[in-house]
Design a protein. Structure first.
Lengths: 404, 88
């Protein structure tokens, strides 16, 4: 039996540059960054003060008070993005579809904010008990579980955690579920809310956070900026999407996954090279067909040089003409949600025929000598695109989209 | 001849890397001693705790040798460089 092809028919997103796809697209095409002073935690005891938080966010605009009691911020984001993706897809649910509906979400740290609060109560405040909803709010699968309950989906549902590659691994597994006939429709994406004080201190100690802003591939880059949010895609068999006349953003054409087997935090180029090659092979694409790469592009010294080398190795001469951008320069690094937000950015770029820029770009780095679309969006029709995610722990996942 | 601060820095390096302090001299480089990026941030964390100082990220990034660490800690601890008596 030939492998089923998989279409993306709905998008949902919430992050520092917008609380839905329309707002996010406005920011992306204008190169507008959502990076600014942290407001949801105390910065007095932090070495850095800028993050990419979801601005003017009030959960009460999205959930009832009793729902909010059950939902950590990361699970709220997952649900908000899932609702938008479902709405956008125009899917009409029926019992069969619900029973064959899958949910695959990624999250690096789950409900860290809730856990922080509980630990503060018992360790620092000397309290005898933590809030009884600490466990259900903290568990990393809370987003997937709440999506399943809200939509009544009873098919395969799970969450995976591979740090900054979580969302792309989620797309990879959802793709395989639909290809194999294990599901007829899927929510796939990821969510993260890492801006709690304990987590910020942990990132501070890693010494990879920029004191100013995120300047991927720019010579004067000084590190990454933490972000938060969620992205969700509605995936279904291409034939089914066509049969119901759905708007199809693109085909989720392939995934490439690899492990560096090298170092727990230091990047290496061999793993990313194999992940990109495998994504191309899985999608049946030649390097010359790729018209855009949404780079991992964290803005750290190490990642950006390594990723540049890896792209050169995979694309050879074609790398010279290949537009690449890191939208983390605008929405920050949302860790386990990064791949999902960047998938949405890539699909919006393909839809509108405009490639989002790398914002905050000041100066070309001789070690990052490719076309990173500095600061200004660029019109371009794209036949196929890659979106890269390379995680701490050396776990890489690259996804490929093809216009249909 | 070393002083107390230098000895404390060396013993911190030794404990982070689980090597005997005798293997470390003021001239050693972090690379020679096998420090990778995670060993280095762990070292900075230990130095900040034991000397009650705060080492800025940009400064931390340029550290290559034990001598640079000793001098850097001395500056942060005292607010200015102090020449060790044995310096020639």
């Amino acid at each position: 039996m030939p492998q089923r092809r998989v279409a993306v028919t709905g998008l949902g997103v919430i992050c520092a540059i917008g609380k839905n796809t329309a707002e996010v697209w406005e920011s992306l095409r204008n190169g507008r960054t959502g990076i600014g002073p942290l407001t949801i935690a105390d910065t007095a005891r932090l070495r850095f003060s800028n993050v990419a938080e979801v601005h003017d966010y009030d959960p009460k605009n999205h959930f009832t008070s009793s729902q909010v009691d059950h939902l950590d911020r990361f699970a709220q984001f997952a649900l908000i993005a899932a609702r938008e993706a479902a709405r956008d897809s125009g899917i009409v649910w029926n019992d069969d579809l619900r029973e064959r509906g899958a949910i695959v979400t990624g999250s690096g740290i789950g409900g860290q904010g809730t856990q922080d609060q509980g630990f503060l109560d018992v360790y620092a405040r000397g309290r005898e008990r933590v809030h009884p909803l600490t466990i259900p709010r903290t568990m990393a699968n809370a987003g997937a579980s709440h999506i399943s309950m809200e939509f009544g989906l009873t098919g395969p549902a799970f969450t995976l955690s591979t740090a900054c590659s979580s969302s792309n691994h989620a797309f990879g597994l959802a793709l395989q579920l639909i290809r194999s006939g294990g599901a007829e429709i899927a929510f796939a994406g990821g969510s993260e809310a890492p801006l709690s004080f304990g987590m910020l201190k942990a990132w501070e100690a890693m010494r990879v956070i920029a004191p100013d802003t995120c300047r991927p591939f720019s010579r004067d880059r000084r590190g990454m900026i933490l972000g938060e949010g969620a992205g969700m895609l509605m995936l279904e068999p291409l034939d089914a999407a066509r049969a119901r006349g759905a708007h199809i953003y693109a085909e989720l054409a392939g995934v490439g996954m690899s492990a560096d087997a090298h170092h727990i935090t230091q990047p290496a180029s061999a793993g990313p090279v194999r992940a990109m090659r495998e994504a191309l092979r899985d999608a049946g694409l030649q390097p010359e067909q790729i018209g855009y790469i949404n780079a991992h592009g964290t803005g750290t010294i190490g990642n950006d040089v390594t990723e540049t080398r890896a792209i050169r190795e995979v694309f050879g001469a074609a790398a010279e003409k290949l537009p690449i951008s890191s939208t983390k320069s605008m929405h920050g690094h949302a860790l386990g949600a990064a791949g999902a937000i960047e998938a949405v950015a890539s699909l919006l770029a393909m839809k509108h025929g405009v490639l989002p820029p790398t914002a905050n770009f000041n100066e070309r780095d001789p070690e990052c000598d490719l076309d990173f679309i500095p600061n200004t969006a660029r019109p371009a029709r794209v036949e196929a695109a890659l979106s890269n995610s390379f995680a701490f722990g050396g776990l890489n996942a690259v996804i490929a989209f093809r216009a249909v | 001849m070393s002083d107390a601060l230098e000895e404390k820095v060396i013993s911190t390096l030794a404990s982070v890397k689980h090597i005997p302090p005798e293997k470390i001299t003021i001239e050693s480089s972090l690379a020679e001693l096998g420090f990778d990026s995670l060993d280095t941030i762990t070292l900075l964390f230990e130095l900040e705790n034991s000397f009650q100082i705060s080492i800025p990220d940009d400064r931390a990034r340029s550290i290559r040798t034990v001598r640079e660490i000793v001098e850097g800690v001395r500056i942060l601890k005292n607010g200015r460089p102090i020449q060790p008596a044995s310096a020639d």
